[in-house]
Design a binder for this molecule. Sequence first.
Ligand code: THU
Length: 133
Amino acid sequence: MISNYFDNLFAAAKAVRQNAHAPYSKFHVGAAFLTEDNSIIVGCNVENAAYPQSQCAEASAIGNLVSQGFNNIIEVVVIGSGDILASPCGGCRQRLREFASLDTPIHMCNINGHLKTLTLAELLPDSFGPENL
Ligand code: THU
């Protein structure tokens, strides 16, 4: 399930994580997506003094994905803070559902490396997606 692109995705997520604006939680997150044409798109979390206005790293990366003219995600790396894996929050699982396939691997990592991989379907079973409309 770990592709040849994992190392590049991991490096990209780790680098963008350094740019996280997380003065409130101090929990820095970086996300990197692989697209169908092997581009790598990244994003970090962006917090706000009005806490609910904060944005997850995956949401930032999705904004960048679409802004750069892409609409597909074929592999995901997420790197959080601390020792345990960074698991995409429920809202971000649904955000990923819009652009990823059910079998898209999501690699959950800490800054030292890979910890666990699950598919989007495993993270978000019986999900609601574009084809439901
Ligand atoms: N966070 C993410 O960026 N992605 C997730 O999937 C989980 C949480 C961020 C949001 C907030 O800035 C910080 O981590 C702590 O919750």
